[in-house]
Design a binder for this molecule. Structure first.
Ligand code: HEM
Length: 136
C-alpha cells in the first residue's frame, strides 16, 4: 500500500474512534446537541479519509506524486482545526470558537480542491478490460 494511503487509513481510524466516542457520549447522556460534530467527525474524518486512502491505493502512480502528500497534510490539518472546534462549539456552547471552525473548514475545502486536481490531472488509469489476462 502506498505511504499516503497508509497515512490516510491510520488517520481515518483515529477519527472513527473519536466519532464513535462522540456518538456514545450523546447516546448515553441523552443530549444529542453535538450531533452535527459527530456526523462530521465520522463522515469527513473516517469515511472521506478512507476513500482518499482507497483512491491512492488504486492509483499508485498518483500516490507517488508529491501533491498527494500535500493533499494529505492539508486535509488532515484542516480537520484537526475544524472538528474539535465544532465539537466544543456545539457540545460546550463556546460560540466564540466559530471563526476557528470557519478557518478549518476553508482549509478542508482547499484540500478537496487539491484532490480534485489530483483526480483530473496526470495520466489516466487503464481500464481492467484493457489489461491482458496475465496482468489482471
Ligand atoms: C457506536 C457508534 C455510533 C453511535 C453510538 C452513534 C450515535 C448517534 C446519535 C445518538 C446521533 C443523534 C441522533 C439524533 O439526535 O437525531 C447520531 C447522529 C448521526 N450519526 Fe451517529 N453514531 C455512531 C456511529 C456513526 C457512524 C460510524 C457514522 C457515519 C459513518 C454516523 C453518522 C451519523 C450522522 C450522519 C448523524 C446525523 C443524523 C441526523 O441528521 O439525524 N454515526 N449518531
Amino acid at each position: 500500500m502506498p505511504r499516503v494511503s497508509d497515512l490516510f487509513f491510520k488517520t481515518a481510524v483515529v477519527w472513527l474512534i473519536l466519532g464513535i466516542g462522540a456518538g456514545l457520549q450523546m447516546a448515553i447522556s441523552g443530549d444529542h446537541g453535538a450531533f452535527p460534530a459527530h456526523a462530521h467527525i465520522n463522515l469527513l474524518g473516517w469515511v472521506t479519509s478512507a476513500i482518499f486512502g482507497g483512491y491512492y491505493a488504486l492509483n499508485p502512480a498518483k500516490a507517488a506524486r508529491k501533491i498527494a502528500m500535500i493533499h494529505y497534510g492539508l486535509y488532515t490539518i484542516g480537520l484537526v482545526i475544524m472538528l474539535p472546534a465544532l465539537y466544543l462549539m456545539l457540545h460546550g456552547g463556546y460560540t466564540a470558537i466559530e471563526p476557528v471552525v470557519a478557518a478549518g473548514s476553508l482549509i478542508v475545502a482547499a484540500a478537496v480542491l487539491v484532490f480534485a486536481f489530483v483526480v483530473f490531472s496526470g495520466a489516466s488509469v487503464r481500464l481492467a478490460s484493457e489489461l491482458s489476462p496475465a496482468t489482471r
